[in-house]
Design a binder for this molecule. Structure first.
Ligand code: IVH
Length: 696
């Protein structure tokens, strides 16, 4: 059966055969989703099946299947719960996947209502929560019945279970109608979802594949005591039976629902044209990773309630609203292998090698598995069909696997005992989850990792020398230590230049550009010099503290060079310990580094001209504050922004930590924004940042 064949090229028999197949397949997946809370396919795949069904039914109106998926919503209630018949059916939302389809929705609605283009058509946009829909009946302000949607006509009575959900008021406040049925979504927060899965694994149970299934599984647990232990939330967005109106518009009604004691889906926006809608959609899409719960799109609803009856419904979805789904951020693919990378600090990171899969428009071939514990937690094996997730700019990660698809040939993932790079023994410190190769100064992967770090943007910032080039030069023995980089820029190295320019992918021009950028990087501030050494526990912030303390580059270098004398070593340790904000681990690590690497450091110092770092400015709003930048700034480059902040006495760090004071978030801030919120770090946008410098 070819599911992509255009209906105009199909015979009625072929269409019938495919429609029967679709109704059976959709019914099967509905049952897994609604009754077992354990779907086997992603929403996007399910939506494709339904969309194909709709297309074929439209094209072949004569074929009418008794059990067509378009004739039902959801699935029959699960055994074990009492049934509740919905007085007002719980319909579904029609789905759109592109802005064009939303434009068509607006045009269609205008035509239907005979609104000309000058007449205002207000749309309220709100997040589409990925949870379980529920309806709550209140009589005289008291919650009497709560039920799931079920098949849209009848659901399951979950009154006992939802009593434990704090967001669901047991009694209403403030001028509520005599009878009101409030509808909304039960959800679990991302944090509680993670916690719950961890607990399940510890108890030997399989984890839930996503927050929606976790919420559904929790609320529909036959034992309400279990629901009680799950931290569930509820957002109200709609209503069924109502004894008297609560507003003329959706906005007014939302205010009323909030007054009665409900929490509402937020943020919302009133849009009057497609441009407003586009802004809201893009904005919410960016905010998605930083929200505490899962959303899978936007719902657009007409604001004027008097239009709802006029518009009526189609295919079990009302015409007054539509959902705009986000592109899927999840995918399933085969785990073909696991490789083990050795980082510059010796950390061994397992990396999942995947059959390539496109997720949210990006081709994914690898995903991090973090550490050994993560592999055990996931329970995955080579050959498994794994679930891959990527959100914003976050590195793709594996969230689980489909056990039903585990092949007989699946292989256990064996974590190496010896370093894959230098064959040295691996060890795990008591307080760490990471397994490391401790062969710090002889392990090639670690040496190369340190050289890559040395040329990186916040360190020597040598353009043109990336990971690929450095690996090649390292393997050829041309760059093996920091000083070699600068030897490469010397006039005497012309024979080496020639050799390099003959390598595949290199040419005389690229070599001369690299030589120029190496030369340009020789003048360096002390903080960058320290940071570029890649000493463990010494990030950019710590490097700056040390540089400020020693102030002059030559003082610092001199002290390091004298460390061979035991007395000087003690004196140097005391200096470091006295630096405010520099931790114990950093001090120990610095001493260890210099006692082991003095000749490499001396060699490096013969090439570098160390500048004094700028003095810290006092009494500015940023003096002494640690800043992290994320996202794209509109009016100034990252370097200019850093410069501005540094001139005002700020320290710039690349990673967020509990010691960060401010996160400056530009466009598309990615995961740092969420992390900053979790760490309670102050967040500034570009405008607020610029206003500190009286620039707008
Ligand atoms: S309005 C006609 N608003 O999405 C149905 N539904 O895929 C009116 N959902 O069954 C529902 N967030 O469970 C509405 N802000 C929101 C929603 C929302 C999530 C769910 C709801 C619905 C499903 C359809």
């Amino acid at each position: 059966m070819d599911h992509s064949k255009h209906p105009s090229k199909m015979s009625e028999e072929e269409a019938l055969e495919e429609l029967i197949y679709l109704s059976k397949t959709i019914e099967y997946h509905d049952k897994l989703y609604y009754q077992n809370d354990a779907p086997e396919i992603f929403d996007a795949e399910y939506d494709t099946l339904r969309a194909r069904n709709t297309v074929l039914e439209k094209y072949f109106p004569k074929i009418s299947l008794e059990n067509s998926p378009s004739k039902k919503v959801g699935s029959k209630p699960q055994q074990g719960f009492e049934k509740v018949v919905h007085q007002v059916p719980m319909l579904s939302l029609s789905n759109a996947f592109s802005m064009k389809e939303i434009e068509e929705f607006m045009d269609r609605t205008r035509r239907f209502l005979k609104f000309d283009e000058n007449r205002l058509l207000e749309i309220l946009a709100e997040p589409k929560i990925d949870g379980l829909s529920a309806t709550l009946i209140y009589k005289a302000g008291n919650l009497v019945v709560g039920s799931t949607r079920g098949d849209g006509k009848q659901g399951e009575n979950i009154t006992e279970n939802i009593k434990y959900i704090e967001d669901i008021p047991k009694t209403l406040k403030n001028n509520f109608p005599k009878e009101i049925e409030v509808r909304g979504e039960i959800y679990i927060s991302n944090i509680d979802f993670e916690k719950m899965n961890l607990q399940r694994i510890q108890q030997g149970m399989s984890p839930f594949s996503n927050p929606r299934n976790a919420a559904a599984g929790s609320v529909r647990h036959l034992n309400p005591e279990v629901t009680k232990t799950r931290n569930l939330g509820f957002y109200a967005y709609n209503w069924g039976i109502i004894s008297s109106p609560i507003g003329k518009t959706l906005l007014e009604s939302r205010v009323a629902l909030e007054r009665f004691g409900f929490r509402l889906t937020k943020p919302t926006k009133i849009c009057s044209n497609i441009e407003d809608i586009k802004i809201y959609y893009e904005d919410l899409f960016e905010k998605r990773p930083s929200l505490n719960f899962d959303i899978d799109g936007v719902v657009y609803k007409l604001n004027d309630l008097s239009l709802y009856d006029r518009l009526g419904e189609t295919d079990h979805s009302p015409r007054y609203c539509i959902s705009h789904k986000f592109p899927p951020e999840k995918g399933a693919t085969i785990l073909t292998n696991v490789s083990f990378q050795v980082g510059r600090t010796g950390a061994i990171t397992p990396v999942a090698e995947l059959s390539p899969v496109t997720i949210g428009g990006v081709r994914v071939k690898r995903a991090t598995l973090h550490n050994k514990d993560e592999i055990i937690r996931l329970g995955i094996m080579k050959g498994d069909t794994v679930l891959v997730q990527r959100a914003g700019d976050v590195i793709p990660k594996i969230t689980g696997f489909i056990s039903a698809l585990r092949p007989k040939s699946a292989e256990v993932i064996i974590f190496p005992k010896y370093c894959p790079s230098c064959s040295g023994p691996l060890a795990r410190l008591e307080d760490e989850t990471i397994i490391r190769c401790n062969n710090m100064y002889l392990c090639n992967s670690q040496i190369l990792g340190r050289i890559i770090h040395f040329v990186s943007r916040d360190a020597f910032n040598i353009e043109g020398l990336g990971e690929k080039q450095l690996k090649e030069l390292f393997e050829l023995g041309i760059i093996q230590k920091f000083g070699d980089i600068f030897r490469l820029s010397s006039e005497k190295s012309s024979n080496i230049h020639e050799k390099i320019s003959q390598l595949a992918g290199w040419g005389p021009l690229s070599v001369s550009n690299i030589v120029d950028s190496i030369k340009n990087s020789k003048n360096q501030t002390l903080d960058r010099l320290i940071y570029s050494l890649g000493i463990r526990h010494v990030g950019y912030g710590a490097s700056r503290l040390i540089a400020q303390y020693f102030s002059k580059g030559s003082t610092f270098i001199h002290k390091v060079q004298e460390l061979t004398d035991k007395n000087n070593l003690d004196k140097f340790s005391e200096d470091l310990i006295s630096i405010n904000g520099l931790g114990d681990k950093a001090v120990k690590s610095i001493i260890k580094y210099f006692t082991n690497n003095i000749s490499e450091f001396n060699d490096l110092c013969t090439f570098v001209n160390v500048k004094k770092i700028r003095d810290i400015k006092h009494n500015t709003p940023l003096s002494g504050k640690t800043l992290v930048f994320t996202g794209t700034l509109e009016n100034l480059s990252r370097s200019e922004a850093k410069n501005l902040a540094e001139n005002a006495g700020a320290l710039i760090a690349s990673q967020l930590s509990p010691r960060t004071d401010i996160l400056v978030a530009g466009e598309r801030p990615g995961s740092k924004l969420k992390k900053a919120k979790d760490l309670l770090v102050e967040i500034m946008d570009e405008k607020q940042f610029l206003s500190l410098f009286n620039r707008t």
